[in-house]
Ligand binder design. Structure first.
Ligand SMILES: Nc1nc2c(ncn2[C@@H]2O[C@H](COP(=O)(O)OP(=O)(O)O)[C@@H](O)[C@H]2O)c(=O)[nH]1
Ligand SMILES: [Mg+2]
Length: 460
């Protein structure tokens, strides 16, 4: 599903290659796909609508940086808005800013992962913050529920409230707080019962508990698989008990996590943690940028665009592209191109950030392009005379030997470089014939080594 989406998006974005400001039409077409992508990622409909509006506002009229395609620019805007919508401030810690014992209330539907997450949280507080934690199960619905939490507490090496059969959730909550106060606990985690769907009885129960314990945090636990229900669920819980933070579980599965956006949109509460497995250490801080990438099913385009703008000398890049299209590209230009590429760091790293690169990953691995090779190639070219760089055909056996010796490589390496340059100029000629689809519009793609890349479909 991931692959399909990023391919779809790169399909649309490939079409958007004109320079200058983004037009309404460019953006409109891209946004249709983004809309489908969000729905595909289980983002709820009203949230999608609001989101698309925000992107449109920001994208129409935006300038396209000369080293990225308009498509990439749109993706960056989409990504930026998405990260903001997910709570751009980054990981928000659990609020423990209250008098001890600090009560934390876990709410959510049945099976969402409340009990598991309670155990994970207890372990985290004990381990990282050296807190004395009390776990209490208010789940009187299922006979085994309190035992489940007791076992998790043992695993996490924290105390669990002794089970007293017949007590109501409110009575258990009261007892938990009393015990914690008396025995000097820092934190009390109250795990509540869920239901298969929202019902009034459940909400009343949670409300009563909340009124007694005044939680510092009311964490809504949701399964990342939740689709359109996310809006109703979070609305109901938020209205009843006031959600202060969201925990997304099962992010280890292949759900894309669009529910995060819906929940955040409805409650305004930050997503604080994500569950990434059944084990007790499988709890991570929430990073909006990672989840944004996951929702869009894109590689780290933002990272790429930022890196490109940071390191690429745009004027130089344009000059190179021009020389390519005019067929005047020589080894001097090639060296300059290598320099630009090596400035961006590991080439495979850069390519790994690109969307739709999954398909060609193996070929990339085989291509074996790395910084060392770039440096070696630059060294070879710098051992050539000016004349040789302009007219590579001059370079025959004796010159090759001299160049190899000068740059500390073998004659074979020199041959390889010349062959690569040759392939590249051939490719350029072919691409120039394609006219409109020529190199200028390829932007950064024009800077990439043409060797061993599949077809003429540039990843940029
Ligand atoms: N893969 C995975 N499973 C989880 C995660 N969180 C919870 N689970 C599993 O989901 C099931 C229900 O969890 P539980 O905590 O009992 O849900 P509750 O009804 O809300 O208390 C259990 O089998 C858990 O092991 C997670 O982040 N990843
Ligand atoms: Mg439970």
């Amino acid at each position: 599903m991931f692959e399909a989406l990023s391919d779809k998006l790169s399909g649309v974005f490939d079409k958007l290659r004109r320079r200058g400001a983004l037009s309404e039409a460019d953006v409109g077409e891209a946004l249709r796909e983004v809309r489908l992508a969000l729905l595909d990622a289980d983002v709820a409909l009203p949230v999608v609508r609001d989101f698309i509006l925000k992107v449109r506002e920001r994208a129409v009229g935006a300038e396209v940086l000369s080293s990225v395609t308009p498509g990439q620019q749109v993706v960056k805007i989409v990504n930026d808005v998405l990260i903001e919508a997910l709570g751009g401030e980054g990981a928000v810690p659990i609020n423990l800013n209250a008098a001890a014992p600090v009560p934390i209330l876990m709410v959510g539907l049945q099976g969402s992962g409340k009990t598991t997450t309670s155990g994970k949280l207890a372990l985290r507080f004990r381990d990282r913050l050296k807190k004395k934690v009390l776990l209490a199960s208010l789940d009187t619905q299922r006979p085994a529920a309190q035992l489940q939490l007791q076992q998790l507490a043992e695993q996490a090496q924290v105390t669990s409230l002794p089970i007293v059969p017949g007590q109501t959730p409110v009575q258990i909550a009261q007892r938990a707080m009393d015990t914690a106060r008396r025995e000097g606990f820092d934190i009390v985690i109250l795990d509540t019962a869920g239901r298969l769907a929202i019902d009034q009885e459940l909400m009343n129960e949670v409300k009563q508990v909340r009124a007694i314990v005044h939680p510092a945090e009311t964490l809504l636990v949701v399964d990342a698989m939740t689709g359109q229900d996310a809006v109703n669920t979070s609305k109901a819980f938020n209205e009843a008990v006031g959600v202060t933070g969201i925990v997304m579980t099962r992010m280890d599965g292949d759900a894309r996590g669009g529910a995060a956006l819906s929940m955040r949109f409805v409650t305004g509460a930050p997503i604080k943690l994500i569950g990434v497995g059944e084990k007790q250490d499988a709890l991570e801080d929430f990073h909006p940028e990672r989840v944004a990438g996951r929702i869009l099913g894109m590689g780290d385009i933002v990272g790429l665009v930022e890196k490109v703008t940071e390191t690429i000398d745009q004027a130089e890049a344009e000059k190179l592209a021009k020389r390519m299209t005019s067929g005047k590209f020589d080894l001097e230009d090639f060296a300059s191109q290598l320099n630009q590429i090596s400035k961006m760091g590991s080439l495979t790293g850069i390519l790994g950030m690109l969307p739709g690169v999954g398909k060609i990953k193996d070929q990339l691995a085989n291509a074996n392009i790395d910084n060392k090779m770039l440096k070696r190639q630059a060294a070879i070219i710098s051992s050539m005379t000016k004349k040789e760089r302009k007219l590579p055909d001059l370079i025959k056996a004796s010159r090759k030997k001299r160049i190899a010796a000068g740059s500390g490589v073998t004659v074979q390496d020199v041959n390889k470089l010349l062959k690569q340059f040759d392939d590249m100029t051939t490719m350029m000629k072919r691409m120039n014939k394609l006219g409109q689809k020529g190199l200028m519009r390829q932007g950064m793609g024009a800077l990439m080594p043409q060797r061993q890349m599949p077809g003429n479909r540039r990843p940029f």
